[in-house]
Design a protein around this ligand. Sequence first.
Ligand SMILES: Cc1cc2nc3c(=O)[nH]c(=O)nc-3n(C[C@H](O)[C@H](O)[C@H](O)COP(=O)(O)OP(=O)(O)OC[C@H]3O[C@@H](n4cnc5c(N)ncnc54)[C@H](O)[C@@H]3O)c2cc1C
Length: 390
Amino acid sequence: MVRGGELIDEGLALPAQPTVVSLRRMNQVLDINLGRRTVRVQAGAKLSDIDRRLGAHGLGLPIVGDHRDITAGGFASVGGVSAASHKHGLFIDQIVDLEYVDTDGRIGTCGRTHHTERFQRILGAGGRAGIITALTLDAIEIDKERTWLTTNADRFLDFDSFVEHAYAEILRPGNAELQVGRWVDTAPLKVARPVGTGHVQLGTVRFGQWSSLYPTAPTRGLRARREVGSRARKSLGAIASAAPGKAGMPVRNAAAGAVLFAPKVQTLRDAEYLADTALSSSERGPAYRVGIFAPLSSYTSVFYRLHDLFSGHRERTGCFTVISAMTYGVRSRYLRAESAARGLPAEDHGLITFTCRLRPAALPSELLRDIVSGIEEICRSENALRYEAE
Ligand SMILES: Cc1cc2nc3c(=O)[nH]c(=O)nc-3n(C[C@H](O)[C@H](O)[C@H](O)COP(=O)(O)OP(=O)(O)OC[C@H]3O[C@@H](n4cnc5c(N)ncnc54)[C@H](O)[C@@H]3O)c2cc1C
């Protein structure tokens, strides 16, 4: 088992005699080449640290995850997506070359221009094709602290309008630096009556938001509001992270909600990590997660079919409670090449992720198998690809 950094899954089950290779101490930025605009790093280096070092030279990483502790090797082993992927593709599109140790203990190198087959095999392989030990990455000219963005948010109460809007924005993002759509759909809420016994049944909450973030030059007043807003969100995030168990659920939900109501202006750096503490804390607890890269020609169909699959199972068995989705565009050389290699048209993609909070007792393994085979069938018939980021 390979670990990039410090993130340890709460539900992580180790095999009987585990061997854990940790790259935590291999965390150095080795070289920044200003002429080529590249950076050479050890695989355990955190993306946030690499980005900070690049920032001192007016450079930055185009794609970073929304969590500050993700390492370069860990991100390369899954693919790496962000709300900037409609513009810059996947993290692995930015890898020039890498060094690895294979399963027989041999050290090798590969890259865009040498041992390209091996390069393709290791990227996104989740550590199964060897351990990445160092990488050279492309950087772009950007000042993330001084690039200000303004948020245009569109809100939706019905799923169809949300999906249609998301598709239109992914197809034509204009000069949006970042884009993301989020959909939340709760099962009918049951709350205990204040007096006496029994429950009151409230309606289902269904809500979607599409946010596109554009470059702007903010007024002093808006900057001040952003300061107050971002401090409040960070405090809420910290409280949410510390709040344990069921009792902490309301504050974790509030922290997740704060992500939907982003400030009108913020720096690119803040926007990239907006979900950091808030989302990771709110996402604690049993949930089924799946990420799918849908070719744009079947994007809406994949979205509807996944939604129907999860909400259908929820209706029939009560196995899921809150179903939420997140989506954005992905224009990736790597994914286009993957499609071409399978004899499919080289299209751009939309990433659709679903997170379904679950009741473990209502989700026996045969039902889970049904759900997984339903997802596989959607992928097969729509030429979509799974994003294995867990
Ligand atoms: C809170 C949170 C937020 C996230 N946000 C995003 C996001 O915005 N975008 C996104 O794309 N993904 C996201 N992810 C998923 C994340 O990118 C992957 O889980 C990634 O593998 C984590 O990297 P890590 O350095 O933390 O690796 P670890 O969690 O330590 O390891 C995860 C797995 O990665 C593999 N791995 C790690 N290092 C190496 C290496 N050097 N060589 C080969 N394999 C290795 C191993 O298979 C290992 O089992 C998020 C995950 C979490 C927990």
